[in-house]
Write a protein that binds this ligand. Structure first.
Ligand code: PMV
Length: 364
């Protein structure tokens, strides 16, 4: 069913102050069940599930002012500097949002975005920045007293989806699911939902060490990878596999079953890359060091019997997931065996976080 908030824009430009500032800090996320392949207007072909990170965040500061001639205009700065490609992408995105927020046509926006983590470091900056931007736009609407606040995050998630698929999940803390799945009644292809389960001990304080193998921009973008799923000979099997893995992963999380969690998460990472290899034309983003790290993790886990799991995004860098309790042993292993395989010893230590934070909202 289509949500009522998408059809009843209550806020008009008259509700907004002449000018003001809104800023949101929003985290990136790492998918456990991968979204790979889309349909229609940025809708996923399978349900995905992710961990929201804590310290890997984008801060989007948005100054707005009324301008009846603007037609919805935007100046975009990345880390204080003009950035043409980002400006064009955000401008295109802004135009897509106008039907949902008609008052945008009468505003001029100046947006400054910065990340707490280096660009191309294996952490999806589009997830954090697009979700932060969607939250800023959503907050503009709340200047009207008639807006129902309960829908706020869901609408922001819907809007974030239009900017970047994985951004859909970043508006919620801890774990979030995007895409319809029979195990989650409220799930939808249109927006993400928070996983409200009470997390058992291993998952409650889950950590993510992001191991940087290569920080250069990827030779094949995620958007191109998604399009290669359209005529992929194994696509239907992959969609079924993702659905079954989603169910098994939820069970593993609910039962505090790390070995099962590990099997599913690693299978998802390798299947994602297997889809890339078997696309037509095929490609790979994996590097020798990626494979060496995977092998070292598997060996360490077998010999030490310590829960440590790898996952991969669409790139060569490796995310290492582990329960907080084992951090001392695992950090020693990372230092001794993994660090030599990285680009300049680069590892980002992060963990699961509580989701986006409104930093400022004021008329000026
Ligand atoms: O959000 P996009 O279009 O960059 O696609 C993200 C795809 C993966 O990161 C590989 C998986 C996911 O679910 O985040």
């Amino acid at each position: 069913m289509t949500k009522h908030y998408l059809h009843t824009p209550k806020t008009t430009v008259s509700h907004l102050p002449e000018k003001g500032k809104i800023s949101w800090e929003s985290p990136s996320n790492i998918a456990l069940i991968k979204y790979w392949g889309k349909k229609g207007l940025q809708l996923p072909r399978n349900a995905s599930l992710s961990i929201t990170l804590k310290d890997s965040v984008s801060l989007v500061e948005m100054d707005f002012k009324k301008s009846l001639q603007a037609g919805g205009s935007l100046d975009f700065f990345f880390e204080g500097k003009e950035n043409r490609p980002f400006q064009e992408r955000t401008n295109k995105y802004l135009k897509q949002l106008i039907p949902y927020f008609p008052f945008l046509k009468q505003l001029h926006l100046t947006v400054n975005s910065r990340n707490s983590f280096p660009h191309s470091a294996g952490i999806a900056s589009s997830a954090s920045s697009m979700s932060a931007f969607a939250l800023c736009i959503g907050s503009l609407e709340t200047f009207s007293p008639s807006v129902v606040s309960g829908d706020f995050l869901q609408k922001a998630s819907y809007m974030a989806r239009l900017g970047s698929g994985s951004a859909t999940r970043s508006v919620y803390g801890n774990m979030a699911a995007w895409g319809q799945h029979p195990m989650l009644n409220d799930s939808s292809d249109l927006y993400a939902i928070p996983l409200n389960n009470t997390l058992a001990s291993d998952f409650l304080n889950i950590r993510d060490a992001v191991v940087i193998v290569n920080s250069k921009p990827k030779p094949v973008s995620s958007s191109h990878g998604h399009t290669l799923m359209e005529n992929h000979p194994l696509a239907e099997n992959r969609i079924q596999q993702a659905g079954a893995n989603f169910s098994k992963l939820l069970d593993a999380i609910n039962n505090n079953d790390w070995p099962q969690f590990s099997r599913i998460v690693e299978n998802e990472a390798l299947s994602l890359h297997a889809m890339m290899l078997s696309s037509i034309p095929g490609f790979t983003l994996l590097q020798q060091e990626t494979l060496d790290i995977i092998e070292a993790v598997q060996k360490f886990r077998e010999t030490e019997n310590i829960p440590l799991t790898f996952t991969l995004d669409a790139g060569p860098n490796v995310h290492l997931l582990y329960p907080q309790t084992y951090k001392d042993n695992i950090h020693a292993f990372i230092h001794n065996q993994i660090k030599p395989l990285t680009e300049n010893g680069h590892i980002i230590y992060d963990r699961m976080g509580n989701g986006p934070v409104l930093k400022e909202m004021s008329p000026v």
